[in-house]
Design a protein around this ligand. Sequence first.
Ligand code: SF4
Length: 216
Amino acid sequence: MPEPDHLRITEIFHSLQGESLTVGCPTVFVRLTGCPLRCGYCDTEYAFTGGEWMSLDAILERVATWRTPYVTVTGGEPLAQPACLALLARLCDAGYRVSLETSGARDIAHVDPRVVRVMDLKTPGSGEVDQNLYANLDRLEKHDQLKFVICDRDDYEWAQDMIVRHALPARCEILFSPSYGQQDPAELADWILEDQLPVRFQLQLHKQLWGDVPGR
Ligand code: SF4
């Protein structure tokens, strides 16, 4: 049985933020181990198992070895480990600008309000659309971001429908990412422009720079 102030950690590393509104900013990433989902395009399968138990104090100490105000807690699915909530609060208390990357399949209600929640809404192409916890949409705040990873035209039309049905642009920033190696980025950009969708197109910067390698 793990101690309540411990988390299983796959890696802690320093890189450029590859996605979201702080793209390009030097950021420390804390990647938690484990995820209950199995998206077809997952690029962090190495985080499903393994990892090392670390106390919150040890994680904070490691994060402090780099000089950046930005910290992103990611996975896996970070919220699958209950102590993630305490980690997020501790990082905020320490003065960091903290974001959480979450699949949208876990309740985000108890995440510290200082945290920017970058939440996925899983599309049919992910293979995990049934895992979406739609109640989370009502919990998003203006400073949060909602991300769609688009695998194909069907996903694009599904996302468009969600945007209208849930009035999403009024809730927070909407991000559209082409699934890496699956959806042509230029084609997705053309669709967004043709339909004048109020969304932000993004590419994963870290993959443009370094390819699909862990820890970058
Ligand atoms: S939620 Fe994220 S980590 Fe989990 S399987 Fe999907 S892409 Fe991978």
